[in-house]
Design a protein around this ligand. Structure first.
Ligand code: MG
Length: 389
């Protein structure tokens, strides 16, 4: 039945993500962004011939050129969801007969659910992906919190997207309710216009990314569904800097009182440099000199904490999580044992780790070679990262 119809999709991803502290549709998720997973599900649905992705104005410029290809067109959204859906609708081919409207923040939708909403919409006019309410529902007074009733759960469904429509019904809804702001989904407007809406049983995994917890669950579900195994990788880092008079001493991101400091293009913090190289080593991404070339005047004298930030951004972009750091300093002076707690705290803070995942210790070099003579401080570091295979 569906084969004879031209089917299209509007994916709305223009939200500001107020509850996530930024647009959630471009957050990294299992190796892609949230909206790319949503898009992939529609691209994997062969019945869909056209996809219009509606993005915020800035995102159209930033991501549009990369995402618009083949069956995908990218258009700008508007101030309300209705305007965004309208803009998407206006960009559809005129002969699209059945249209799925999907929230870009539901990255776990599957081609099966998409196809079934399209089939039901083609047959009955409107169809909404939904799941039966799992928990018992209580009706309660919003201010006093007294329960006022317990409706029979079996009658209740939680609406998701996609919500699919025959073209003429969606066109009618969009023109009749163009100023609508309060509708939490489009299908209730079809109901209001007198159309019957059919529920299409979906999966609980088709969750909407609204809070940081949703992102964690979506990541776990996608990793399991897609067989994206995580593995532990280790990296090793080493650094040494000369100890000279007239410089402040920074180690592990902390300032120590000492008449000498470490000579370097940055603040010379050998502990942070070795730890950063260990993280990059685990990622298989070279060493910090590639990000911060020693001759670059713009980075002269910078705090090595900025190097850490940059390295951890690389790790985050790869979906990697730092598991632990083990750092060994080799120094004749100053004596570092009295500063262990401070150095460890500072190291943990710089890398965003709980202190229990950080180890820091120091050795002397027994008077041997330049480190033993107190002319330099060296550092060795090992990092373990959890990342997708
Ligand atoms: Mg260095």
């Amino acid at each position: 039945m569906l084969r004879a119809k031209r089917c299209a999709a509007i994916i709305v991803a223009g939200g500001s993500g107020a509850r996530m502290g930024g647009p959630k549709q471009f957050l990294p998720l299992a190796g892609k962004t949230v909206v790319e997973w949503s898009l992939k599900a529609f691209l994997d649905t062969p019945e869909i011939s056209d996809i219009v992705l509606v993005l915020g104005a800035d995102d159209v410029l930033r991501h549009g050129p990369r995402l618009a290809a083949g069956r995908v067109r990218v258009v700008g959204g508007g101030a309300t969801r209705m305007i965004s859906v309208r803009n998407g609708f206006a960009a559809l081919p005129e002969d699209a007969q059945v249209v799925a409207v999907h929230d870009g923040a539901r990255p776990l939708v599957t081609p099966d659910v998409i196809r079934r909403t399209l089939e039901e919409a083609a047959r009955h006019g409107c169809a909404v992906a939904a799941v039966p309410a799992k928990d018992t529902l209580k009706e309660a007074d919003a201010s006093t919190l007294w329960v006022q009733g317990t409706p029979h759960r079996s009658r209740f469904w939680q609406a998701q997207t996609p919500q699919s429509y025959r073209r003429e019904i969606l066109a009618e809804v969009l023109s009749r309710y163009s100023r609508e702001r309060d509708a939490t989904d489009d299908s209730q407007l079809a109901e209001r216009a007198g159309h019957r809406v059919r529920v299409v049983p979906s999966t609980y995994a088709n969750l909407k990314i609204t809070t940081p917890e949703d992102l964690t669950m979506a990541e776990a579900l996608l990793e399991s569904r897609e067989g994206l195994r995580r593995q532990i990788r280790t990296g090793f880092g080493y650094d040494i800097h000369r100890l000279v008079r007239g410089r402040r001493l920074y180690l592990a991101g902390a300032r120590l009182e000492h008449p000498k400091g470490l000579l370097g293009h940055s603040d010379g913090d050998a502990a942070l440099h070795a730890a950063c190289d260990a993280v990059l080593g685990a990622l298989g991404e070279g060493e910090i000199g590639m990000f911060f070339p020693p001759g670059d005047a713009r980075t002269s004298g910078i705090s090595s904490r900025r190097i850490v930030e940059r390295v951890m951004q690389r790790a985050a972009a790869r979906g990697a999580e730092l598991v632990n750091l083990d750092v060994t300093l080799v120094a004749e002076e100053p004596k570092l044992r009295p500063h262990y707690a401070k150095l460890k705290r500072s190291l943990a803070e710089a890398f965003g780790l709980e202190p229990a995942r950080v180890s820091l210790k120091a050795k002397s070099n027994e008077g041997l070679d330049a480190v033993g003579r107190g002319e330099a401080i060296a550092c060795y570091a090992v990092a373990a990262l959890s990342l997708r295979a």
